[in-house]
Design a protein around this ligand. Structure first.
Ligand SMILES: Cc1cc2nc3c(=O)[nH]c(=O)nc-3n(C[C@H](O)[C@H](O)[C@H](O)COP(=O)(O)OP(=O)(O)OC[C@H]3O[C@@H](n4cnc5c(N)ncnc54)[C@H](O)[C@@H]3O)c2cc1C
Length: 378
């Protein structure tokens, strides 16, 4: 199929900034470009009929990092880089809340909880030891002396079984992911950002004068191109160091009297769960089959589903009957470090990918940084 004169000249038109991917990063990048260049034609290309990357499929934790996560990241990235990243997550969340409105995205500052079971006693002691020092380092970011707080878990902690200790992150909270995306879509559309849904970009030709190849080999030219496809980045740019990581998620039917309130990390964050009103959301278990979950294909597997069931029945809701109402998967973009990739590739092509599983937190800031980078080349 070829485009008609009208389609090519008017409906597609001359695109100043073309963005591939309509997630948190793509939408915020478009909004930031429109804020600085209101007259520019900003177009997002999205292959789903809705945005269907991680941004509509995540857990909605507004988090900056648990103690065990920071300890493990320090081993890989070093202390300075880790605290810089924590600051960027914090700033990203502030920007998200400011842009969307806390009420509109149902932000609840219930706190983030890292809980330790019988399996990770050693880890627990290390975390308790590190807490004090981390609190001092984080003061300049969070402006509170007790970002992390040790909790008494002697009595069944929020109804859970076998919890040997817990650390509360007092500045963390949770959002309604669906509301956040609806809000960002509305802001972008109201500002005149054009979104073409159902358009799968197959290839990018010529990074200096970018042309996007569609499924039927038809092409669209853009003056500047920004790739915001996170976990799917390698499909279009195999040279990028981004590893897709699938996560499987459940949401139960409402459970009357659910005691879980807040966002929880267990086993160094490999399992995470929260309340969504009176429902329980749980995801993760990737450590059970890292190889199998290193994929950009959506899907469910018995090993992970069994892991989620085990967590719910033996730790989170012991003896409580529940029914799973929703099951889905989502794809994160990971890499050798958790630092996002924000760069100019060549000429007029840019990337903002690899959110390290924390794009709700850092995504709005990454989008601002890439928009500024693009404009600095104009
Ligand atoms: C299960 C799960 C739970 C998570 N929980 C949290 C959390 O609690 N807190 C947190 O901070 N982060 C969380 N994350 C991570 C967070 O959701 C992501 O980091 C963030 O959404 C990434 O946003 P993005 O815009 O970069 O990418 P995405 O939202 O993945 O958007 C990329 C878009 O690009 C589109 N696309 C890809 N290839 C093409 C192509 N060739 N042509 C056209 N379109 C294309 C996709 O359809 C997709 O819509 C979670 C992720 C998952 C999967």
């Amino acid at each position: 199929m070829s485009f008609s004169f009208w389609e090519k000249e008017i409906l597609i038109g001359k695109i100043d900034y073309g963005i591939i991917g309509c997630g948190i990063v793509g939408l915020n990048t478009a909004i930031n470009l429109k804020l600085k260049k209101p007259g520019a034609r900003v177009v997002i290309f999205e292959r789903g009929f809705l945005p269907n990357g991680a941004s509509t499929r995540n857990a909605g934790f507004a988090c900056i990092g648990s103690v065990s996560e920071l300890l493990s990241d320090i081993q890989i990235m070093g202390e300075d880089a880790v605290f810089e990243l924590v600051e960027r997550r914090y700033l990203g969340l502030e920007k998200l809340k400011k842009r969307c409105g806390e009420g509109e995205i149902q932000y609840e500052g219930l706190g983030g909880f890292e809980i330790f079971g019988t399996q990770d006693g050693h880890n627990k002691d290390q975390c308790f030891e590190a807490m004090e020092e981390f609190n001092k380092k984080l003061f300049s970011i969070t402006k509170t002396e007790k970002t992390y707080e040790k909790l008494d878990t002697k009595n069944a902690f929020m109804g859970m079984l076998g919890i040997q200790g817990a650390i509360k992150n007092t500045v963390e909270g949770q959002i309604n992911t669906g509301q956040m995306m609806e809000r960002l879509l509305k802001i972008a559309k109201d500002m005149g950002v054009i979104i073409f849904f159902g358009i799968d970009i197959r290839k990018i030709i010529n990074y200096n004068e970018p042309r996007l190849v569609l499924a039927d080999d038809e092409m669209i030219s853009v003056r500047n191109l920004i790739l915001c496809t996170n976990g799917f980045a390698k499909d279009l740019m195999p040279e990028l160091e981004v590893i897709p990581a699938r996560n499987q998620v459940w949401v139960t039917k409402p459970i009357s009297g659910l005691k879980i309130k807040g966002s929880f990390h267990y086993l160094e964050g490999y399992y995470y769960f929260r309340n969504v009103g009176e429902r329980l959301l749980i995801g993760g278990g990737r450590h059970l089959d890292k190889e199998g979950e290193t994929t950009a294909e959506q899907g469910e597997t018995a090993i992970i589903q069994d892991g989620l069931k085990d967590m719910v029945e033996n730790i989170i809701l012991p003896g409580i009957s529940y029914q799973v109402e929703y099951k889905w998967s989502g794809i994160m973009g990971l890499g050798p470090t958790k630092k996002p990739i924000i760069k100019a590739i060549e000429g007029r092509t840019f990337v903002a990918v690899r959110m390290g599983g924390m794009g709700v937190a850092i995504g709005s800031l990454v989008a601002e940084e890439v928009a500024d980078l693009v404009l600095s080349y104009d």
